[in-house]
Write a protein that binds this ligand. Structure first.
Ligand code: NAI
Length: 332
């Protein structure tokens, strides 16, 4: 099987080449993203395209993939909102993903963002480097005994709930499918409005769907507690960025941590340090002292990358052998 990788970074090449020693597929890497132009790079001998979060796998691209006789689209990530599944099914192209790889990696990054913002570690780091040892402006709060709202309690949300519970917080959760184990551990499922009204910290762990798009919007921000810390490590479009900037300016939102951003596909995973950023909203956000932006790195641990490479290649091995993937919830 020949697999064409799009949006491939040096670390993708390292981890996939290492893992491929057990699979012996033919791997071809393009650093460019997949779209209706770059799809033309695919040669007739390619069976599979392997894509990541910001590759555009819409109807037009899928139609071209079908013309090129591509059989499989393998997502090397969990979220699949960037793939037009209906069109893929129509053309008989199988789509698979890596449903769960180290949820701890993302939950730990969420925790890191929360602690950084709350105790202003990002500011302290810079200050001390300039021999400014003053504490003025670095005041935080205890996380202990605070109320934390978690939206989405799947693989990652569940780990995050448990971490927060272990820190002595009250955890309120919202999910379409409440998790009985979490309930038994003292996590309380409530309606979204109660999360907005009572939480000192809100963390988003649901997928991007038509229902969750802009779940953080002017109305939900209005319902929140003054000074709420908002963290999003899920998908950028869960947050209405404009409304969130207004919420920050009005001091309704006390701090914002985002590992994902509405327009991230034009910026993230690239070194743009020698250029002037054209995205004015992102530029504005990064200038706020109480905003922390990381560039979609929550998943980025050695363990997660090893697992992503293994599960992606194993998904394809199974599809090639039996046209289905056993017991992994990986086939879409
Ligand atoms: P999951 O599928 O295990 O859990 C998602 C949960 O959200 C499920 O319990 C589901 O019932 C719930 N949900 C679905 N629709 C909802 C709605 N309308 N309201 C509330 N809850 C809803 O997914 P997992 O692995 O926990 O990942 C969550 C999200 O994290 C992914 O969709 C992806 O967007 C993001 N992610 C981000 C990464 C990063 O590096 N920043 C890495 C991996 C995932």
């Amino acid at each position: 099987m020949k697999i064409a990788f799009f949006s491939s970074q040096p670390y993708d090449i390292t981890f996939f080449n290492k893992c491929n020693k057990d699979f012996n597929f033919e791997l071809e890497y393009f650093d460019i993203g997949l779209d209706d132009q770059t799809v033309n790079l695919i040669t007739e001998d390619v069976d599979t395209v392997c894509v990541f979060v910001n590759d555009k796998v819409d109807a037009a691209v899928i139609e071209k993939l079908s013309e090129k006789k591509v059989k499989y689209i393998a997502l090397r990530c969990a979220g699949f909102n960037n793939v037009d599944l209906e069109t893929a099914h129509k053309f008989g192209i199988k789509v698979c993903r890596v449903p769960a790889y180290s949820p701890e990696a993302v939950a730990e990054h969420t925790l890191a963002m929360l602690f950084t913002l709350n105790r202003k570690i990002h500011k302290a780091y810079n200050r001390v480097r300039e021999q400014n040892f003053s504490l003025n402006g670095l005041l935080g709060t205890n996380i202990y005994k605070k109320t934390v709202g978690v939206i989405g309690t799947g693989n990652i949300g569940a780990v995050f709930c448990r971490m927060m519970k272990a820190l002595g917080t009250e955890v309120l959760a919202y999910d379409l499918y409440p998790n009985d184990k979490l309930k038994a551990e003292g996590i309380r499922y409530v309606e979204l409005d109660e999360i907005f009204a009572k939480s000192d910290i809100i963390s988003l762990h649901c997928p991007l769907t038509p229902e969750t798009m802009h779940v953080i919007n002017p109305e939900s921000i209005e319902k929140m507690k003054e000074g709420v810390i908002l963290i999003n490590t899920s998908r950028g479009k869960l947050i209405d960025t404009r409304a969130t900037i207004q919420g920050l300016r009005a001091k309704k939102i006390g701090a914002l941590g985002i590992d994902v951003y509405e327009q991230e596909e034009n910026v993230f995973f690239r070194d743009l340090s020698g250029t002037i950023l054209e995205d004015e909203r992102l530029q504005l956000l990064t200038s706020f002292p109480n905003v922390l932006v990381t560039a979609h790195q929550a998943f980025f641990t050695d363990e997660a990358l090893t697992q992503i490479a293994y599960v992606t290649l194993d998904n394809l091995k199974q599809l090639q052998a039996t046209n289905k993937i056993e017991g992994r919830n990986a086939e879409l």
